[in-house]
Design a protein around this ligand. Structure first.
Ligand code: GLN
Length: 187
């Protein structure tokens, strides 16, 4: 298995470390030529979605990646990465718009910009979650499975080949979310 990690901006190194911990080979996507290598899954990291969206277009990566995601490539978007996938963003136009969820950016306000909790994810309990200026999933569409909720907000969801997480699983010591994504790819 080989996983591509979008490495234009944000927390991509930490995702690569998690994949290394799981002994899964991985590489960075920075240029169009990086898409020539075969890969089985894609991680869109957290960072700043507006910047990543702009860079994706400038580097010519947007259309080919959109085609791959629409074609069924397993993809995990964390925080800003989820914002890139979301079909609807409150008061803004979106990016790939492949995942039927409605998102509010910076949903926790300035005071609560960053915090960590332990919460449930799928059938796992006490999964550590780090939120950094996180979005919230306000609504999910048909066939979208809710995997995690915290304080009345949806914090993780899955739609077909797409896994959307509002927090940063790569900034904890825990491997639950990355393992879940690997299992999704194997299925
Ligand atoms: N607030 C960022 C955005 O809107 C996301 C924050 C993050 O990825 N940690 O893109």
């Amino acid at each position: 298995m080989n996983i591509a990690v979008l490495a234009l901006q944000g927390a991509f190194i930490e995702h690569r470390k998690k994949l290394d911990d799981l002994k899964v080979s991985n590489f960075e996507i920075r240029h169009l030529s990086d898409l020539e290598k075969p890969f089985d899954g894609l991680i869109l990291p957290g960072g700043e979605s507006t910047v990543m969206g702009k860079l994706l277009k400038e580097l010519g990566l947007f259309e080919p990646l959109l085609k791959m995601i629409k074609g069924g490539l397993p993809v995990m978007g964390t925080c800003a990465g989820l914002i890139l996938l979301a079909e609807n963003i409150d008061k803004e136009s979106g990016h790939f718009k492949t995942m039927p969820v409605t998102i509010a950016r910076n949903a926790y306000g300035r005071q609560l910009g960053s915090f960590d909790v332990k919460s449930n994810f799928a059938d796992k309990k006490n999964v550590p979650m780090v939120f950094i200026r996180a979005p919230s999933i306000l609504k999910v569409g048909d066939k979208t499975e809710i995997l995690s909720q915290h304080d009345g907000a949806i914090t993780a969801a899955k739609y077909k080949n797409q896994l959307g997480i509002t927090f940063h699983p790569e900034l904890t010591e825990d491997l639950t979310i990355h393992k879940y994504f690997m299992d999704m790819i194997k299925k």
